[in-house]
Structures are given as C-alpha cells and as structure tokens.
Design a protein around this ligand. Structure first.
Ligand SMILES: *Cc1c(COP(=O)(O)O)cnc(C)c1O
Length: 346
C-alpha cells in the first residue's frame, strides 16, 4: 500500500537531477564567501526576487529570525498577524533571541490584516511605549489555508508602515505558490517589502534550505547575525546545488499541486461526514472538517492505518498539503480511502 503523505510539502524528496547536481557541485568555504555554488544560488535568487542581494539560510525559521534580528533592537515591537507562522511556530525565537515583543493584529480569512487595525497597533511617541520597528506579512498564508496576498494589498500595507518609519518583512515561505496562483512573477510580490524569505525545502523539493533577500546592506547585516546563531556553513554548496535545480525546475510545476489541491477539496466535500469550508483552494493547502461519531484524533489514526497522513488542527479540523510526491491518481486513491473510512466510522 502506498502511503499518501499530505502532512506538508516539506516531505518532498530531492529529484534525481538535484542529487546529481549535489554530487557534482563546485565547493568552497562559504564563511569566506568562496563557495561558487552558494554564490550562484544567492545571485540567481536576488534576480528572481528582484532584490539587491540574497543569503542562504538553514531554514525558513532562520530566515525570519535573521530578518527580525537585522531590522530591530531589543525592546522594540514587531507587528505580526494573529495567525502568523512567526507567532505560532518559531518557538518564540524573535523574543528569546531578538528581545522584541510580538504584537498581533487579527488576520482575516484571506491572511490579510485590516489597515485601520494595523494603524491602531502602531505605537505613538509616548515615552512609555516601545518603538514599533517592523511589520511582517505572510504569503501564501499557511494557517489561513494557503491564501494569497496580492501586490496591491502588500503595497498598501508597506506604504502605511513606511509612513511610520516601520520596515516590512515578508515571510514568503511559499512565495512561488502565491506567484503561480496569481500568474505574476514572484518579484511583483516582493517589490515593496524591505526583506523577504522563502523556502527551497517545501513545494520546491530541495532537501534543505531557505533564502533571505533584501538590500546589500541588509544582507550584510543578516550574514553577520547568521554567523552568530551558528548558521555559517562551510561547503554548503553541496545543498545549495539542489536549491539551484529547485529554482530551475520545480517552480512552474507548482500549478499541478494547486490543481490537485482543488481535486482533493472537491472530493472531500462530496464525502458524507466531511466538509471543506473553501472548496476553491487558493494554492496547495486544503483545510477540511469532520462531523463523525469518533474524535478527530481517532479519525486521524484510522486514516493513518489506511495509509493517508495529514495534519490535525484541533476541533475536528485538518490540513492536507499537496506536493510533487502525490499525483492526481494518488489524490483519487486518498479520496477512496477517506470514503471507505468515513463509511465505516459513520
Ligand atoms: C514552513 C514555514 C516557515 C518555516 O520554514 P522552516 O524551513 O520549516 O523553518 C516559515 N513561514 C511559513 C509561512 C511556513 O509555512
């Protein structure tokens, strides 16, 4: 029985072409700036994202942390969405390591924040207040179900923030999913922000790594912070080589993941006992619910024994993510197994 793993697009394994590129990569010591493969990946990335410079990081979590470390000082405040990955899933690193406060503004179901609410959250000049230094957006928005922020929305948030001398970081872990969903280049989505991070290791299928982009000056500072947190890697070209192949070969195919996500959503919606709040899935993340006699945790266990894995969000809510390792036949197979299981459980 094939296990159909829909827990995350991080489970994607490197392609054969990536493995060959890793084997053959030209290497050097990247802490001395001498790894030609890293240098090439950083150059390529800055061109694709439309920023002056880019930096290879171990993970998206490190990319976001460096963006905060390089653009704030301890005691300052960072505005994030109430559903932001930085707020939920990064171990409080911004506070533990950056000494900043995270201030949340509600995310709507599209992953946006209301401009008036942002404005109200921005600190005034009162002597008692911390300074608001940074605002973070997320595109696509993970906890909001892979929703996509348009360049117009991003632009309006950035002009509000810049008007108050606040920088903007975009957590673009899945920025290429957003670009494919909108049919625009990723650089359009990053145009106005000061810094942007994205993952090579999710839908793009590289084994390890993320990129952080911004001005040359910002990247120079982030590089120093990266060294401090232990992210200065030596012959890291061995993994960057896979990242280069990822950018060359796996961006356009994300459209397949989006089509499979819709196929999955439509199928789940037709299974008695399951429902999908947003059948028109914006990218590769499908949120769904159950109304069964068994608990959500039991349902998950039952499905796992049938070889279908997905994420639990509590309260009979689940997340399934499509990616390169599941094709449309696997989606149909998963739907069959969902149907058999829910019929049995009632
Ligand atoms: C996955 C993810 C990250 C973190 O990436 P890691 O490489 O897992 O550390 C950051 N932001 C968002 C929105 C993500 O989905």
């Amino acid at each position: 029985m094939k296990v159909i793993d829909l827990r995350s697009d991080t489970v994607t394994l490197p392609t054969d072409e990536m493995r060959r590129a890793m084997y053959e990569a030209d290497l050097g010591d990247d802490v001395y700036g001498e790894d030609p493969t890293i240098n090439r990946l950083e150059q390529m990335t800055s061109e694709m994202i439309g920023k002056e410079a880019a930096l290879f990081t171990t993970s998206g979590t490190m990319g976001n942390l460096l963006a905060i470390l390089a653009q704030t000082r301890p005691g300052e405040e960072v505005i994030v969405g109430s559903e932001a990955h930085i707020f939920w899933y990064e171990v409080g690193g911004a506070s533990a390591l950056g000494g900043v406060m995270l201030r949340t503004v509600p995310n709507d179901s599209e992953g946006r924040m209301d401009l008036n609410s942002i404005e109200q959250a921005i600190r005034g000049r009162d002597i008692h207040f911390p300074r608001t230094a940074l605002l973070c957006l997320e595109n696509t928005h993970n906890r909001c179900g892979g929703t996509v922020l348009t360049p117009d929305f991003t632009s309006s948030v950035v002009s509000l923030a810049h008007g108050h001398d606040i920088r903007v970081h975009l957590d673009g872990a899945r920025i290429f999913n957003a670009a494919i969903a909108l049919g625009v280049p990723a650089s359009d989505l990053a145009r106005d922000v000061d810094s942007v991070s994205f993952c090579l290791s999710k839908g793009l299928s590289a084994p390890v790594g993320s990129m952080l982009c911004g001005t040359r000056e910002f990247i120079e500072s982030a590089r120093k912070w990266r060294k401090m947190v232990g992210g200065g890697m030596r012959q890291a070209g061995v993994i960057a080589a896979a990242g280069i192949v990822a950018l060359q070969t796996t961006v356009n195919r994300l459209a397949e993941d989006h089509a499979n996500a819709r196929r999955l959503a439509r199928g789940l919606e037709n299974i008695p006992g399951l429902s999908v709040p947003r059948v028109e899935v914006p990218s590769n993340i499908v949120m769904f619910k159950s109304a069964l006699t068994v608990s959500g945790a039991d349902f998950m266990r039952q499905m796992a024994t049938r070889g279908v894995k997905f994420g639990y969000r509590g309260n009979n809510r689940y997340r399934a993510v499509t990616h390169r390792m599941v094709d449309s036949a696997d989606i149909d197979e998963a739907l069959d197994r969902f149907e058999q299981c829910t019929k049995k459980l009632g």
